[in-house]
Design a protein around this ligand. Structure first.
Ligand code: PLP
Length: 331
């Protein structure tokens, strides 16, 4: 325990104690494993250990998924580098890359179901993409000379371990399924190579894009139920996708066959549908136990169809969700 953290701080059976200390006493005048929170803290180290085991690599936590993205780009690429990024991926990722253009970063979008373009220094895949739900061609990406990162936020390690498919890095917005309860903001990168993890760790300490102990502790709690949650969300989402396909008010359904996220195009006004649900909350984000749905057009503009709705399936009863969707589609 660090200074100021009593053993009674936050303790729950089956979880390491939540230690909020920012400093730990030296041992015989020498820094021990933990000494200052920006470098590392015991709760974060425990969460990194757990996530690393799930993904089969060395995990590092960051303050958010976007913080993890920023750290990968700035720590591992040189000024003037170009990233090939999957088109139709989470819109915040190319938006962030555009923010870094002032620092010489370039990016090109490409269809991740085929081979990445030549002449890029990093290949950025998303499995499945949000909200288009495409899956990458892992073989084509692994054959590319540049390192490959897979944002596996929506797949989670329950469905996909990208390092086993030739990826060098895995990125998670742990805010979503890994946390699972819509009450923490957290990002993670899982590295194949310890040297890459070392460089990212150094960058993280220097820049302070670090995860707080509370968020790390909530991640540890979320991981306990990850498999059960994602399993149930997949069952429900697959059933809803099947029923939506046959619905007369639905033009197109996108679902990769696993995971809790799907998107569909409605015949008519998506705004009227999203504001008519009663069980499903009309809100952004995804991956929680509470189902959420929204028109992505409000954020992404012409990048997505105006009638596209993204649905994140929670743990509610499938029949309650279906009757909610059905009545909203009739609106
Ligand atoms: N990657 C994906 C696929 C996402 O959906 C998101 C957020 O929506 C992010 C990254 C960014 O994560 P965060 O919101 O934790 O910064």
């Amino acid at each position: 325990m660090g200074v100021g953290a009593e053993p009674s701080t936050v303790v729950a059976v089956g979880l390491p104690p939540l230690d909020r200390s920012t400093l730990w006493p030296y041992e015989d005048g020498q820094p021990g494993e933990f000494y200052y929170q920006r470098y590392a803290h015991p709760t974060g180290a425990a969460a990194e250990q757990a996530l690393g085991e799930l993904d089969g690599g060395e995990a590092l936590l960051f303050s958010s998924g976007a913080g993890a993205t920023t750290s990968v780009v700035l720590a591992l690429l040189e000024p003037g580098a170009t990233i090939a990024v999957a088109e139709g991926c989470y819109y915040g990722t190319p938006t962030l890359f555009r923010e870094l253009e002032r620092w010489g970063l370039r990016h090109v979008e490409f269809d991740q179901t085929g081979a990445p373009p030549e002449g890029v220094q990093l290949v950025w895949l998303e499995a499945p993409s949000n909200p288009y739900l495409t899956m990458p061609d892992f073989g084509a990406a692994a054959a590319h000379p540049a390192p490959v990162l897979v944002d596996a936020t929506a797949a989670t390690p329950v469905h996909l371990r990208p390092l086993e498919h030739g990826a060098d890095l895995v990125l998670h917005s742990a805010t979503k399924y890994l946390g699972g309860h819509s009450d923490l903001l957290l990002g993670a990168v899982v590295c194949r190579e310890p040297a890459t993890a070392g460089r990212l760790r150094e960058f993280r300490t220097r820049t302070g894009i670090v995860a707080a102990p509370d968020a790390a502790w909530l991640l540890l709690r979320g991981l306990k139920t990850l498999e059960v949650r994602v399993g149930r969300q997949t069952e429900t989402a697959a059933e809803l996708a099947r029923r939506l396909e046959a619905h007369p008010k639905v033009e197109l359904v996108r679902y990769p066959g696993f995971g809790g996220m799907l998107s569909f195009d409605v015949a008519g006004d998506a705004k009227a549908v999203e504001t008519s649900t009663r069980v499903i909350v009309n809100a952004t984000s995804l991956g929680g136990v509470q189902s959420t749905m929204e028109s992505r057009y409000r954020w992404e503009g012409d990048r997505v169809p105006e009638n596209l709705l993204r649905l994140s399936v929670g743990l509610e009863d499938v029949e309650a969700l279906w009757s909610d969707l059905d009545q909203a589609l009739q609106s």
